[in-house]
Design a protein around this ligand. Structure first.
Ligand code: DMJ
Length: 462
């Protein structure tokens, strides 16, 4: 019998010469899709829209006017003492893009009737910015009603008080009425995820102060990088001291990186691209981890660059889209393959896992969007059908495991598929939007003409 290695090598050569284009574009991208079949885009777009309506009707029936629905107990839930209408504001632009005119009109009426920020309550600056300020701004751009901008500016002025600190970096919490702040120990995501919304607010109001405030916070944070150009996970915004020197692309740092690149593109700001270039170089040099089964990004000490934890999870999956936007399609494609394998290992992705041992570290799945977002972004740049297949397979599993009689529920653990009594507003804003846009051919939204905020609210690039 012939040496099996020689046989394999000959087969490889035959494949390369028979399909040269394919061999090149699929370099480093192992075939992961089993039972591959052509995706019917129209069917899938309709399915996503039906599932949006299913979840939205559950919210309407049991939680109308509240921030969110608890889908198992069918009880409404507010984040703070008064509702900020998290779900309707976050969901509004998805309805517009899906052509759900009636639902959008109902949500709009509720927003103008009930949304009021003059309330004596402390709110988390980051979450309210990306969901509420972010949602109101894209609602204004897509719908044109000036009341959306008025609400956005009122909220922007209140949130801006969070930036009254010795360094210009924001506190984590701000009282919407009094402007009192708290929470000086913060992280890059909560310090540096404002430029896209604040810049868009400046653009529409003609007042540059919002953009300047967000930029000042981001540059103050950037100045705290290590000599290797890595960013710390923990920062005290009053003293500028590093409180946790671990660096990664995961939650707590993720959207800071995202906004450095997106801000530089959306506002054509050279100061930001000058910060982005050394930052992404350091991320790829020290955090990227090419293992025998693919590309991952680990956690490292910001001073030595040594990997301390081989941990990766649902939030990290956003980075394939960022790499693609950075025109690094080779790494982007490799990372999206890893993202997809992480999703498929248990049928739904976990919050975090060890990418070497494949052990699940945190098994929950809270209806996060980043993996499907990655498939959407990669499809926009490559038009490669594999991303349609990835998206369809992930979405079908999401329906299979997270759908309830009245809505959708998070999972306590992806290994057992036991459900959890919560449905985040980003399920409407992001997960269902990216899934829909991946399959939608209506041309309502031109990917090349918008930048999405980190909550998937699109803003025009002109
Ligand atoms: C969203 O609120 C945003 O995408 C944020 O940047 C990260 N977490 C959630 C979704 O997972």
């Amino acid at each position: 019998m012939k040496n099996p290695h020689i046989l394999m090598f000959s087969l490889f050569l035959v494949l390369i010469f028979a399909y040269p284009g394919q061999a090149q574009t699929r370099e480093n991208t192992p075939v992961l899709l089993e039972n591959s079949k052509t995706v019917n885009k129209k069917e899938m777009a309709d399915k996503v829209k039906d599932e949006f309506l299913h979840a939205w009707n559950g919210y309407k029936k049991y939680a109308w006017g509240y921030d969110a629905l608890q889908p198992l107990t069918k009880k409404p839930h507010n984040w703070y003492k008064k509702s900020l209408l998290m779900t309707p504001v976050d969901a509004f632009d998805t309805m517009i893009l899906m052509g759900l005119t009636e639902e959008a009109a109902e949500a709009k009426e509720l927003i103008f009737k009930d949304l009021d920020f003059d309330v004596d309550m402390e709110a988390q600056n980051f979450e309210v910015s990306i969901r509420i300020l972010g949602g109101l701004l894209s609602a204004y751009e897509l719908d044109g009603d000036p009341r959306f901008l008025k609400l956005a500016e009122d909220l922007g002025k209140r949130l801006m008080k969070a930036f009254n600190s010795p360094t210009g970096m924001p506190y984590r919490y701000v009282n919407l009425k009094t402007g009192a702040t708290s929470g000086p120990v913060s992280n890059p995501a909560e310090i540096g995820t404002y430029l896209v919304e604040y810049g868009t607010l400046s653009k529409h109001t003609g007042n540059p102060v919002y953009y300047q405030t967000a930029l000042k916070a981001m540059t103050a944070l950037y100045a705290l990088r290590s000599p290797l150009n890595l960013t710390a996970e923990g920062i005290n915004i009053e003293t500028g001291k590093v409180t946790n020197p671990i660096s990664h692309i995961s939650g707590c740092i993720d959207s800071y990186l995202e906004y450095m690149l997106k801000g530089s593109i959306l506002f054509n700001d050279k100061q930001l691209s000058d910060m982005w270039i050394p930052t992404i170089e350091a991320v790829n040099k020290y955090l990227a981890d090419q293992t025998p089964d693919g590309l991952w990004y680990g956690h490292a000490d910001m001073y030595t660059g040594k990997i301390t934890e081989t941990s990766y999870g649902a939030l990290d999956a956003f980075f394939s889209g960022t790499l693609a936007m950075n025109k690094d399609l080779k790494r982007a494609a490799a990372l999206q393959n890893s993202n997809y394998s992480m999703w498929m290992q248990n049928g739904v992705e976990p919050e975090s896992m060890n990418y070497i041992t494949k052990e699940v570290e945190n098994g929950s799945y809270i209806l996060r969007p980043e993996n499907i977002e990655g498939a959407y972004c990669l499809y926009q740049y490559t038009h490669d059908d594999r991303y349609l297949e990835m998206g369809a397979n992930m979405f079908n599993n999401l329906v299979k495991y997270c759908r309830t009689d009245d809505a959708y529920a998070a999972l306590k653990d992806v290994r057992t598929k036991e459900k959890k009594d919560y449905m985040e507003s980003f399920f409407f804003a992001e997960t269902l939007k990216y899934a829909f846009l991946l399959f939608d051919d209506s041309g309502k939204l031109d990917f090349n003409k918008v930048i999405f905020n980190t909550e998937a609210h699109p803003y025009k690039r002109d």
